[in-house]
Ligand binder design. Sequence first.
Ligand SMILES: Cc1cc2nc3c(=O)[nH]c(=O)nc-3n(C[C@H](O)[C@H](O)[C@H](O)COP(=O)(O)OP(=O)(O)OC[C@H]3O[C@@H](n4cnc5c(N)ncnc54)[C@H](O)[C@@H]3O)c2cc1C
Length: 789
Amino acid sequence: MKKEKLILVGNGMAGVRCLEEILKYRPETFEITVFGSESHVNYNRILLSSVLQGGASFDDLTINDRDWYEQHGIQLFTGETVIKIDTDKQIIQTDKNRSHSYDRLILATGSVPFLLPIPGAEKDGVITFRTIEDCQKMIEAANHYQKAVVIGGGVLGLEAARGLVNLGMEVSVVHISSYLMERQLDETAAKMLQKELENQGMKFLLEKVTQEIIGNNRIEGLRFKDGTVVEADLLVMAAGVRPNIQLAKESGIAVNRAILVNDYMETTIPNIYAVGECVEHREMVYGLVKPLYEQGQVLAKRICGIDSKGYEGSVLSTQLKISGVDVFSVGEFQEDKRSKSIKIFDDLEGVYKKLVFQDQKIIGAVLFGDTNERTRLLDMILKKQDVSDVEKVTLFQSSTTGGKSIASMALNGIICNCNGVSKGTIIEAVQAGGLSTVDQVKKCTKASGSCGGCKPLVSELLTYIDSDEFNEVVKQKSMCSCTSLTEDEVVREIQLQSLTSVQEVMEVLYWENEQGCSTCRPALSYYLGMINPEYETSQETLFISEHMNATLQKDGRYFVVPQMYGGMTKAEQLRKIANVADKYGISDLAVTSEQRIHLMGIKQEDLAAVWTDLNMPLSSTYGNRVQNIKTCIGEHVCQCDKQPSLKLSAHLEKRLEFLTTPYRIKMGVSACLHNGAGSTTKDIGVIGMNRGWEIYVGGSSGRNVRAGELLCISATEEDASEIIIGFIQYYRETAKYSERTWQWMDRVGLVHIREVLFDFEPRQLLLERFDEDISLRRSLLEKYYVNRL
Ligand SMILES: Cc1cc2nc3c(=O)[nH]c(=O)nc-3n(C[C@H](O)[C@H](O)[C@H](O)COP(=O)(O)OP(=O)(O)OC[C@H]3O[C@@H](n4cnc5c(N)ncnc54)[C@H](O)[C@@H]3O)c2cc1C
């Protein structure tokens, strides 16, 4: 199939993130070409502040190196600017006289720093702070010069100033307002910030308007409107940015402050999209990466033809990346006629906190000196949480991380002690399932589902995951080499797009290998069947294995296994089996360790007749399902305390018949502590004791023997059966295809499984879903069976 030509103009953070998303969904659909004015590969602009302050190196900046572009077949032109777009012919032209045609074009041209139109701005030593080169110039200047002035007391200006202080320069910050960061802080917080930065070595010249930059070729100082002068041999202008819209404007694409886009990042010209700082969406222009990444996600889906609800805008919060200074601000932090605030000011500790309320909701906050509550407050603001019944003073208290930021917690750090749920597990669940509320996390992971004490922490973690600060990845592997999607993503797409066959999944989700492979085909088939049992019963293989219940031997003949629930049979059944064996010349008859008789070597043409003559249920011995249960007859022979193991096995086998599972489940039911059925090395093992049934889970008797862990002791047969069925259903719902019970248990945790099974409501729900599923399977099988014969 001919690939569509996709051109990205702007090799920056937003544009390339969008490409990453596109490659995730449709790795093979586009022939991608990227043009970037800068000579570098895609890098992390945010880290420039850290590089300047000595906290990171230039090497740390690269996000995607040249190998990445090559690996994905992306043609990259660095140091090359697109200067023209012919929107009719769909051709772009660059400053190196190159022309390229496109089917789709993404503009991600970012912003340009605002160079104040001050006389003398062209002199040597006057720079901005946006690129790697700017950063290098500052480091270079610090080697030769002493005095630096930064114009702009906002976030960027202060971070630049702190970098220059660290490089050994004398630094003055010139700011037009009476206090710093006035767009993010109130006066009290700003004054505290100023004091702290003065302690770190910065000087401040507030309420100053620069009239002129003085010096000959190189800057020597600044003269202000009030007539005062400050000496300087380096001037960094950090007075804001302007969206880079020149190319769009000249090409006839509608612009206002920035390039106008709709909720799907489409511009006013067909096949041209825009994303990032160059974009104006619902009158907002964003200058932080989180909203830009969200835009990128929406655009990627749009371009790949995947439905999404579109971009709806973002709530922003600010944090300063200066070590030793904790400042946080969000929302409407200045009170007005309709809002009121609560403030805490601790001059001794240098802590200031202000929460602004309106209609019993927090609408804004400023924190200085202690920002531990930031994620929790942000969450409350985003959710417009009603705080009428909350003791307001508790809102100021550091949360349950014990003053430690949730961001600095290790991925294996435990969030929910009751259920042993780690931060990593929650992040994985949130990323895989798109969870956004504490309740959803509770349902999915059980975190906060017991004593509830960790609810604020889960909420804090959710807000952190949703914040600009969040950059932790709990890597999920792709399903197989045929696709870059993870199993969770594939399952989600099957559900969202109501996909109904393996072939359709592979086509719609753009499988790289059109035929799939031995890893993905059975997995897809399993998931399709899990989501829709009707799919499973429509399979030809199922007809053979479920209705004829015949298994193909290596020599092309079949074997069948008459069902003997719990390994029990009757003389009449044995007589019938013997007659059929005689009639069809079945000479190979074997009694196996699972207490069943195998009739082997049946010719395909005899199968139907064998089945009719036997006229008894056949057991399905292979495939991913609950295998015949191994039992022992202890209750009839053993002298010790014992339980009726045969009865329990027979009951379970009947209940679990026709059920598919992620991997085959081996079970053993022993009547007494002598463990005659080897129950401690089975996926599920039961041992009868005088006080009831001990239930072990996660054992394995394969090549790597593993002892099962005691799940619980059930007093009655009925309770044991419910626990076992609940366990199997939960395994079916949450394990990945082919994941053994013990692997699944290692992943989700035994404590967590116990919590699910021993909590009345979730257990009942599991049993209900099991019953629904199994009865649907039975009725579909019956219907299908009648139609076929
Ligand atoms: C020092 C610093 C610190 C920051 N700290 C933070 C922070 O802590 N948190 C945060 O969220 N954000 C921060 N930001 C802002 C963040 O870096 C930007 O929001 C983000 O980089 C914008 O991404 P973008 O892709 O829209 O633009 P950019 O990353 O600027 O990329 C646009 C690219 O397009 C190129 N280009 C433009 N026109 C053309 C053309 N015609 N042809 C070819 N190429 C072209 C440009 O050269 C540029 O490389 C910081 C920014 C700076 C400078």
